[in-house]
Design a protein around this ligand. Structure first.
Ligand code: HMG
Ligand code: MG
Length: 303
């Protein structure tokens, strides 16, 4: 393989993308323990919750209390999803330094997820992002359904590219491309990324792959070779989107880090401690988690 980097950045979404999808809400104190365990494992970017409507995502209704109780950890950035000015005010009150805005490349998923057209969503972003940026917040963006939509099927990558460009122009430092329902395959990923990388710098892009059909790592490998240097993942393979039928877990953080370790690509993450954080996550949600390394363990019997 050519073009392998020395280091990549892992953006942990388990406490947000993972716990938003659990049938039962996990208690705030237990969420704090999980976030601390993730930071202890060496994760430096952790999306901890969402400042969305508690009626839409009751699992994260404790966002204000959770974010307000977090003790800052040097070198670790906590971020949270934020759909509108109300969310921004909550993030600011809780002292969160980074927010993530989100929309979809397909109209129907966007409406089902945030109750607005894509054009209306962009208007909302235009309305509140200047205030966030002026106060020194970092803003990340997501473009969901880039690989396919649960309602519309195929999605034109041109649309996802156009929206990513707009999010960057609005002040996002990075846009994470979402395979929300985990339908992507490697040659599709190559075609999508070729189109993106012809117009946007690789460091402004990230990949957010759900592992619904077991393709996430294969897609990540394509991205890695093509120059992508940030990958989203969720501890244990937690995850899904309640407004995307069929969406299951994200790429498991342990699986991503295991592969990168084996290829000599540094992440700054201690795999054993990460595995222990996965055990904690499993205990919190009280169901077996699907991550492969999580289930098999970090080492072979001989090691
Ligand atoms: P709406 O009902 O259209 O909003 O929801 P509204 O502005 O008409 O307000 C309705 C009520 O919600 C009002 O309260 C507002 O105050 C309240 P009421 O007067 O009825 O009591 N409200 C809020 N409360 C707290 N915080 C807020 C907020 N905003 C309004 N920020 C809205 C619009 C966007 C709020 C709603 O649709 C929503 O919260 N959606 C969130 C959906 C979500 O979180 N989905 C999962 C995350 S996306 C994902 O998983 C994909 C991703 O992982 C990438 C990938 O995989 O591709 C990111
Ligand atoms: Mg997701």
């Amino acid at each position: 393989m050519s073009h392998l980097p020395e280091r990549v950045s892992v953006y942990e979404v388990g406490p947000r993308d993972g716990l938003q999808n659990e049938p039962a809400a996990v208690g705030t104190v237990l969420k704090l323990r999980l976030i601390e365990a993730l930071a202890r494992a060496g994760l430096q970017r952790i999306e901890i919750t969402s400042f969305v409507s508690p009626r839409w995502i009751p699992q994260l209704a404790d966002a204000d209390e959770l974010a307000g109780s977090l003790v800052p950890i040097p070198g670790v950035t906590f971020s949270a999803l934020c759909p509108n000015a109300r969310g921004l005010a909550r993030a600011q009150a809780a002292g969160i330094p980074e927010i993530a805005i989100f929309l979809s490349a397909s109209e129907t998923h966007n409406r089902r997820n945030i109750n607005k057209s894509i054009a209306q969503t962009l208007e909302v972003f235009r309305g509140f992002l200047p205030a966030a940026l002026e106060q020194g917040m970092r803003v990340r963006g997501y473009v969901s359904t880039t690989w396919g939509c649960p309602y519309e099927g195929e999605v034109d990558p041109k649309r996802a590219l156009e929206l990513s460009r707009t999010l960057l122009q609005l002040g996002c430092y990075q846009v994470s491309l979402g395979d929300t329902i985990g339908v992507g395959t490697p040659l599709q990923t190559r075609a999508i990324l070729q189109r993106f990388l012809a117009e946007l710098p690789a460091e402004q892009l990230a990949m957010h792959m759900h592992d619904t059909r077991g393709q996430a790592l294969a897609n990540v490998l394509v991205g890695l070779e093509m120059g992508i240097r940030t990958f989203d993942a969720a501890i244990g393979g937690l995850g899904g989107c309640p407004y995307a039928p069929g969406a299951s877990g994200n790429l498991a953080t342990e699986d991503l880090v295991y592969m990168l370790d084996g290829m000599g690509v540094a992440t700054g993450i201690d795999l054993q401690r990460l595995w222990e954080a996965g055990r904690l996550a499993e205990a919190l949600v009280n169901r077996p988690l699907p991550g492969r390394v999580h289930r098999a363990g970090v080492r072979s019997l001989k090691a």
